[in-house]
Design a protein. Structure first.
Length: 257
């Protein structure tokens, strides 16, 4: 039977609740700076999350929610410029410590590191955002804790395509059944399960109602010894917080299925 060798983490929504109070706010600041009257409300942003990737999300907004906008001739460049400005606002927010890690994330990552568990990141977000989050929430050295940081445009087809996870697996030279993926959304699990990875879901405000078919376990958060998680569906381990033991149990349970 395959042993658990690596953990592959999504970033947005999984490591930190970045969308509502982070990315969304940064997009709005970039729009304002560019003199646009666009404003993405919490509700609208929930709809826009259907499409992953910030540049792709701006295009989706123009296609489906703001057809009246007169597009410049160089739309690709225009979107890329807005997105660059948004990334600057977002990384600034991270450096100010506006967005903390979710419950249990720091403890779990430190425990995994201590145990010599291999770790990687697989996300659609821009690499600069991943660096800023890791450095400002974990440690100035935290990027080096992850063997592979697969992020942003590194693969052309973003989640829900499986490509980003397949890229990470290939870089690490591992089989899917030797790993666990951590996700928070339907696009995320379509991507991880598309790469055959057993997947642990921690839901958030935007993803509570998503379809998590194929998940090994669905939790409200990763939990802490003194603040246990609730299992929303799937295998229920004895201890109610994610640690190396519970991860191994969840993994074994997932791969015998
Ligand atoms: C994350 C995303 C990203 C971020 C914005 O999805 O969809 O687009 O919202 O990042 P996932 P950028 O958690 O499934 O990887 O603006 O840097 O693209
Ligand atoms: Mg996510």
């Amino acid at each position: 039977m395959s042993e658990l060798k690596a953990l592959i983490f999504d970033v947005d929504g999984t490591l930190a609740d970045t969308e509502k109070d982070g990315h969304r706010v940064a997009f709005n600041r970039a729009f304002e700076k560019a003199g646009l009257d666009w404003n993405w409300s919490v509700e609208l942003y929930g709809k826009l999350l259907k499409v992953t990737g910030g540049k792709e999300r701006i295009r989706y907004y123009l296609d489906d929610f703001n057809r009246e906008f007169t597009r410049p001739d160089n739309l690709d460049e225009f979107i890329a410029g807005l997105h660059e400005s948004k990334t600057a606002f977002f990384t600034q927010m991270l450096s100010e410590g506006v967005i903390p890690l979710r419950e249990g994330v720091r403890r779990l990552i430190l425990e995994a590191k201590e145990a010599g568990m291999r770790m990687a990141i697989a996300t659609t977000t821009t690499p600069a955002n991943v660096s800023a989050l890791l450095v400002h929430t974990l440690d100035s050295d935290a990027e080096s804790w992850f063997e592979v940081i697969a992020a942003g445009d590194i693969v052309p087809a973003k989640k829900p395509a499986a490509d980003i996870y397949l890229y990470a697996l290939n870089e690490m030279g591992l089989q899917a059944n030797e790993c666990l993926a951590f996700e928070d959304s339907q696009n995320g699990i379509l991507s991880s399960v598309g790469a055959d990875l057993p997947t642990i879901i921690t839901v958030n405000e935007y993803t509570l109602d998503h379809d998590f078919s194929g998940a090994s376990i669905v939790l409200d958060n990763m939990g802490e010894p003194e603040q246990q998680f609730n299992v929303l569906s799937g295998y229920t381990p004895e201890e109610k917080y994610l640690n190396m033991n519970t991860l191994k149990q969840i993994h074994q349970q997932a791969i015998v299925k």
